[in-house]
Design a protein around this ligand. Sequence first.
Ligand code: ATP
Length: 311
Amino acid sequence: MPIIAAQGLTMRFPGVTALDDLTVAVEPGVTGLVGANGAGKSTLIKILLGLLPPTSGAAQVLGLDIARDGARIRERVGFMPEYEALPPDVSATEFVVHMARMSGLPPTAARERAADTLRHVGLYEERYRPIGGYSTGMRQRVKLAQALVHDPQLVFLDEPTNGLDPAGRDDMLGLIRRIGAEFGISVLVTSHLLGELERVCDHVVIIDGGRLLRSQAVEAYTAASGSLVVEVEEGRDRLGQRLHDQGVAVRPEGRLLVVDIADEETYDRIRDGVADLGLRLVRLEQRRHHIEEVFAVGSEQPHPVPQGAPR
Ligand SMILES: Nc1ncnc2c1ncn2[C@@H]1O[C@H](COP(=O)(O)OP(=O)(O)OP(=O)(O)O)[C@@H](O)[C@H]1O
């Protein structure tokens, strides 16, 4: 059964249609909701939380109706908002305990759950320092912790990698993967960066101008390509030259060789080359497409959200 289902959701604000007849179903797991700035992602989340009544259409979250059961949805769904309104003068512990109490946990359980959750998001050491002195990455973790503290079945994470540097982004994506894989909590995570979602999501839903562009398993986007990636410890150029001399289409890429697969013999030629030259093979695998390449070339749809698109 889908954890989220929407039928013909439309949201009109004066002068702008934020959602336009959106029908989509999301299964359990980690799902990316991708769309450029203004595509309607945050509006959809607010509607699904029962905080904003849509102009028309219907939706159910965990089988609960958004029009009738908003409070029950919010009991069972965690929410990490895009913008922050964290109090600077209190510590992460105080804030997350407070949020746990607001969700109805008794005092002792709230303290225990807050400590556990802060440890899971990697904020344990700094948990007694005032939030005002935290970095952007630490503040994002506080927002994530408060979304998880009441042990929800599902969390909505609105642009959780916003404002993070590449290392902070990697850490946050790793955390999101763990929320799904280790804690069994389903995740709906929004991003305007299509590329980062293929690393953590099972499924992506792409919206543009409030309309559904695609809803598809990530695996379907990242199907195997016709190239092999070869990594050897040393002797990359000698192997490349040998393959080239044998008529194999090969090109260097960083420490790797990328070899076009002509037929089954391509594998044999690589294996023989590595053996004859006495090289150590580190990796030989079929290259997978990246979601972004699929959208940039050979797709019936235009590339909806370029990596690093200005916000
Ligand atoms: N309360 C509101 N009143 C008027 N217009 C709104 C309101 N909320 C959202 N909009 C408009 O609806 C459209 C969709 O906004 P939304 O915030 O859902 O987009 P988004 O995909 O989440 O983008 P972002 O990542 O910038 O938040 C935008 O044109 C926005 O300006």
